[in-house]
Write a protein that binds this ligand. Structure first.
Ligand code: BGC
Length: 390
């Protein structure tokens, strides 16, 4: 679902109504107030695709005006990729630094476990619950329950679908992410694989994650015209999201699919490139190609995981996309501060329809990373910078 712009006036009015209509817990305790400007800037920044000021954002949240503390729930889908493991640590650090009492739980990709975790956060008096859903469309009733209890709900990194029990979502532009992945793939093909046509394959993420179809849609908006004109040849013929998706973002499943595609289609030809939705899947694809004796194809990625940053630097993986967890957590904490200091949800002119309502979106810009710009992108990230060893 692509985010669309709405009139700031209408949105402020809608937010004022939702703030006034709340009761108990977090929702009923504050008055409607003039929306803050921060998130509009974040949405504007998303259009320019500049690197997010990671450190500044973190400092900003630590210095935010006291919002009276309280319990904040954070429900994460799993800890299987670096971004979610970082989120667990950074939410604890940043929420505690801002004077809150965090309850942070991860659901190991299991919907019932995540429903129970959210239930218990409500029971434990959470004023705000931050949710990265396992399945974007399966939390409707527990989130309605949170709403009825007066708890604010913020989607983190992934949209919360088919529910009115969501007040906003904080994320990196998901369609934009897919566009960046496809553009990097094309650039790498031109730079490393000679003249077109190029033999490629396509991979998508976990179908329950609302980001995955968005990443794929963004990528296909760039790739489809070149598939149509013969510049790109998807040798397996598998171009639908359902054929390309990787259940549960499971790297092993992606590696098996790549093994089968290579065995069935590439015994006497070379594969030039692969669209990969994230870094773990990228490394699985590259490993499969290496095992099959193929030259390494140009492969995209996402998350700037440490291992993939090293692979990009050594030339084994062509690109990744940075979406700094630090900045996304800081943006979330600043929204929590706004709510709990009585200012309601900050203003934003971006929304995404979740099937039931238009959800306010606080969007940060993803940034593509190749060997050429890695030092620049990670200039303020000493941990990743240290991985770029000459
Ligand atoms: C996140 C990615 C992550 C993937 C698998 C997506 O929703 O945006 O950063 O790689 O989930 O965990």
């Amino acid at each position: 679902m692509k985010a669309k712009k709405v009139s700031a006036l209408l949105l402020s009015a809608a937010l004022a109504v939702s703030v006034l209509a709340g009761c108990g817990g977090g929702r009923g305790t504050e008055e409607a107030a003039a929306p803050a400007a921060d998130s509009t800037e974040a949405a504007d920044a998303a259009d320019t695709a500049e690197a997010a000021p990671v450190e500044d954002a973190a400092e900003e949240s630590a210095e935010a005006p006291a919002a009276g503390g309280g319990v904040i729930g954070v429900a994460l889908p799993w800890l299987g990729t670096q971004n979610w493991a970082e989120a667990e640590v950074m939410f604890k650090e940043q929420l505690e630094a801002a004077g809150y009492e965090p309850i942070i739980q991860a659901a190991d990709q299991k919907v019932p476990q995540q429903q129970q975790q959210i239930e218990s956060m409500i029971e434990n008096g959470a004023k705000v619950i931050v949710v990265g859903p396992v399945d974007g469309s399966q939390l409707g009733s527990v989130l309605e329950k949170a709403k009825d209890a007066g708890v604010y709900v913020i989607g983190y990194d992934r949209l919360l679908e088919n529910t009115t029990g969501v007040d906003g979502v904080v994320q990196f532009g998901s369609v934009k992410t897919g566009e960046l992945q496809a553009e990097a793939l094309l650039q790498g093909l031109k730079d490393l694989k000679g003249e077109a046509p190029y033999n490629i394959e396509l991979f998508g993420g976990g179908p329950a994650d609302p980001n995955a179809p968005n990443f794929f849609t963004g990528a296909m908006s760039v790739l489809q015209p070149l598939i149509d004109d013969g510049t790109l040849v998807v040798v397996s013929g598998q171009t639908d999201f359902t054929q390309c998706a990787t259940v549960d973002w499971d790297n092993a499943k992606a590696q098996s699919r790549m093994d089968a595609i290579l065995a069935g289609n590439y015994s006497d030809i070379e594969i030039d490139g692969v669209l990969s939705p994230n870094d773990g899947i990228a490394r699985a694809i590259i490993t499969s190609c290496e095992n099959a004796g193929q030259p390494i194809p140009v492969v995209s990625g996402l998350d700037a995981e440490n291992e993939s940053v090293e692979w990009v630097w050594s030339g084994r993986q062509y690109s990744t996309v940075a979406k700094p967890t630090n900045a996304l957590v800081a943006e979330t904490v600043s929204i929590i501060d706004s709510i709990l200091s009585g200012n309601g949800m900050p203003a934003t002119d971006v929304t995404a329809n979740n099937g039931v309502i238009d959800v306010p979106v606080y969007e940060l810009p993803p940034v593509v990373v190749t060997k050429d710009n890695a030092k620049e992108v990670f200039a303020d990230d000493p941990d990743r910078l240290a991985l770029l060893k000459d």
